[in-house]
Design a protein around this ligand. Structure first.
Ligand code: HEC
Ligand code: HEC
Length: 214
């Protein structure tokens, strides 16, 4: 099942948007650079991040994302995207522009090394969200979220983020931004294409679902 979906994704050029949406290219060199990030140095640098992203990378503000346990390559890509304007956010752009590439790799290594946010906020039985996550929707050609984001919302590969335990308000805001195109740093526009087919109610439910996913 998952393999079929994956081959569909790979075989569908219609999914691709023309313009490059991020300047981060995962060459072996780039990957090794991020893998070589120094978590201890990152820990020191992170003192400037904790007011918003939490002492241990778990945000206490509903619309600020947690960073703990996230894939280091995803974190690095986002910091680069903020710095070069591929992802629009005045606040994070200002912060990311002040970081060198090495700082970004170190910070990514540090946050990735922390335990991910807890998900025991009270499991909501959101059957409709669960169906989208596990089965997708053939009528809308909607790929199940878990094909990419993992069976437990843990993310995978280079740039597919973990979603489990993420702040629901943030998830909702960022999915809405993909939907209306104001977030456009997803390579080939895949998340924009997916988010566009979702209703507002589905965006809301999926956000709560992933927040409480065990
Ligand atoms: C004043 C508050 C504030 C500070 C300080 C701050 N951030 Fe952020 N950060 C945010 C907000 C708000 C967002 C969500 C922005 C958006 O919607 O694009 C964000 C988003 C991010 C993201 C993207 C997360 C994701 O899931 O896509 C990363 C990575 C990040 N910040 C890293 C950092 C690092 C590293 C530092 C310290 C060097 C830092 N931030 C400091 C508020 C802050
Ligand atoms: C084809 C693979 C794929 C599928 C299917 C997919 N995603 Fe994504 N998603 C991605 C990638 C890649 C990104 C990171 C984009 C970037 O580089 O910023 C992402 C980013 C996100 C983010 C932003 C997370 C953050 O921390 O900012 C959310 C939320 C999200 N996806 C939710 C979903 C939901 C809900 C579904 C199912 C309806 C879904 N995704 C299906 C690949 C996918």
């Amino acid at each position: 099942m998952n393999r079929l979906w994956l081959s569909l994704i790979l075989a569908a050029p219609a999914l691709a948007s023309a313009a490059p949406s991020s300047r981060v290219a995962w060459t072996a060199e780039q990957l090794n650079f991020v893998k070589g990030g120094n978590a201890q140095k990152g820990r020191e640098l992170a003192a400037t991040c904790t007011a918003c992203h939490g002492e241990i990378g778990i945000s206490e503000t509903p619309d600020y994302p947690s960073l703990a346990g996230q894939l280091p390559t995803y974190l690095f890509k986002q910091l680069q995207d903020y710095a070069d304007g591929s992802r629009d956010n005045p606040l994070m752009a200002g912060i990311a522009k002040g970081l060198g590439k090495q700082d970004m790799a170190d910070l990514s290594a540090w946050f990735a090394s922390l335990p991910p946010p807890p998900t025991s906020y009270g499991k909501e039985t959101l059957k409709s969200a669960e169906a989208l996550v596990k089965q997708g929707d053939n009528e809308r050609l909607l790929v199940p979220c878990e094909v990419c984001h993992g069976n437990n919302g843990e993310g995978q590969k280079l740039d597919i983020p973990a979603l489990a335990g993420q702040q629901a308000e943030y998830l909702k805001a960022t999915l809405t931004a993909f939907k209306d195109g104001s977030r456009h740093n997803d390579v080939y526009g895949k998340m924009r294409l997916i988010a566009k087919t979702l209703t507002e109610k589905e965006v809301e439910e999926l956000s709560v679902y992933y927040r409480s996913l065990k």
